[in-house]
Design a binder for this molecule. Structure first.
Ligand code: AMP
Ligand code: GLY
Length: 442
């Protein structure tokens, strides 16, 4: 157990492996709850020693390098200067899109994540849609446009709602659901003329609105072979009952019980395998985590989006269910040997709930002291995101909108939920809010 000077237990459940015990050093790029969950799972590997993060956060109990996740040159220089680092795990979308994995790989450094060309499945929605069309992967009908007038012409006479999307990365905010032609034209202008999402809006996708429920399916892919993780369900809206503004995610549960084995088999045959094969044909084999954002209606499953990475906050529910060695899986993914592994997952149920700062996702205070962490039960995980240590002492204070998440496993969802919500009561900071309905009625 490691205890910070303000008495907060930072690591529960897993003893921190001291660097002098040896093992490979690893650099994790990113600094949110997802990265904390990755770090914690890597620590369970007997082969992992020191863990660095770029930038990391004060709650992760890693060696914070202070290097930003998008400082590609800085990260490359750092890895070159630390020969003990045997693996760099690139978790967020931006450095993947900027080609961090390519830069590391061409210097003979091992990196987990797709190349820039393969990550295009995420950083260009138009490319993703074209791949789906070319290789027959089911998705919503669509058009792509670089000209606003052509886009407006396309929506005329169509059905509503219609979905207007910026092509590029827009922090998950570049999607606008429009109930009428007027709304759609306004959305097109906002994205293409007013450049609400900057260069990400130089091109847009206009697509059919799909009804149903959403499921996230994350898969390890080594170029040729793939291995499915447990399914999960994200909660993007700020308030209970999927009300309020869109956020970076307010909690998740795994697995997703309504998504049956039959649906999973169908998804593998019609979506997962064709996509993995498509990327080989595209000359950009995908290596890393391929995230399928699915819309399900009856037995119809279609792709809403691909992400080229672990999802946040899905990862904070999914990775605790992994019983095999994540370090070994990541290495097999790089080496193209995933088929040699027998990856084991727990049959337990996992729930995680995000504690956010009052006013998120619009505006919120920072620097609010977080108390009660030392009382969290063993076996319950706290994954930190927007936190830092207060200047002058080591008190953990808020430093972002999504501050931390609390996660628990149990044989059933009700027990996992009880553990999460009981432990949330022990943690406090001014203005803290969270959804009360994550994993309810499952
Ligand atoms: P995306 O970034 O493309 O996944 O879009 C973000 C969110 O917008 C999705 O998780 C859905 O909730 C919603 N969304 C995107 N595309 C559609 C669609 N064609 N029909 C209905 N909802 C959509
Ligand atoms: N949870 C959605 C994402 O990670 O993009």
């Amino acid at each position: 157990m490691s205890v910070t000077s303000n008495g907060n237990k930072v690591i529960r459940r897993v003893e921190i492996r001291q660097p002098e015990l040896g093992g490979d050093s690893v650099l994790v790029v990113g600094g949110g709850g997802r990265e904390h969950a990755i770090v914690q799972k890597l620590r369970e590997s007997a082969r992992v020693g020191k863990i660095y993060a770029a930038p990391g956060n004060a709650g992760m109990d890693v060696i914070e390098t202070g290097i930003s996740a998008t400082d590609i040159d800085g990260i490359v220089r750092f890895v070159e200067s630390e020969p003990d680092i045997k693996l760099t795990v690139v978790a967020p979308d931006d450095p993947l899109a900027m080609g961090l994995v390519d830069e590391l790989t061409k210097r003979g450094l091992r990196a987990f994540g797709p190349t820039r060309a393969a990550a295009k499945l995420e950083w260009s929605k138009a490319y993703a849609k074209d791949v789906m069309r070319r290789y027959g992967v089911p998705t919503a009908a669509y058009g792509t446009f670089t000209d606003a007038n052509a886009a407006k012409e396309y929506i005329k006479g169509g059905n509503f709602p219609v979905v207007v999307k910026a092509d590029g990365l827009a922090l998950g905010k570049g999607v606008i659901i429009c109930e009428s032609a007027d709304e759609a034209c306004a959305a097109i202008d906002e994205i293409m003329s007013d450049k609400k999402f900057g260069e990400a809006g130089n091109k847009i996708v206009v697509e059919e609105f799909l009804r149903g429920y959403e499921v996230s399916l994350l898969t390890f892919v080594d170029g040729e072979h793939y291995s499915l993780m447990r399914t999960s369900c994200d909660h993007k809206r700020a308030l209970d009952g999927d009300k309020g503004l869109n956020t970076g995610g307010m909690g998740a549960y795994a697995p997703c019980p309504v998504f049956t084995e039959e649906l999973l088999e169908k998804t593998v045959a019609t979506i997962v395998e064709p996509t993995v094969r498509a990327m080989i044909s595209e000359g950009a084999p995908f290596k890393g985590v391929l995230y399928f954002g699915l819309m399900v209606s009856g037995d119809d499953v279609r792709v809403l989006e691909y992400n080229a990475r672990f999802g946040d906050p899905e990862t904070q529910s999914v990775l605790p269910l992994l019983e095999s060695d994540l370090y070994e899986i990541m290495n097999a993914t790089i080496d193209g040997t995933l088929d040699k592994l027998d990856i084991k997952w727990s049959d337990k149920k996992s729930v995680n709930v995000v504690l956010a700062s009052g006013g998120y996702p619009v505006s919120y205070k920072k620097g609010l002291p977080i108390s009660g962490l030392e009382s969290v039960d063993d076996g319950v995980n706290v994954y930190f995101a927007g936190v830092k240590k207060r200047d002058g002492d080591a008190m953990l204070v808020t430093n972002g909108g999504r501050v931390l998440c609390v996660q628990a496993l149990a044989d059933d969802f009700a027990t996992a939920r009880e553990a999460v919500y009981a432990n949330i009561q022990k943690i406090s900071f001014d203005g803290c809010f969270y959804r009360k309905d994550i994993g309810k009625n499952l």
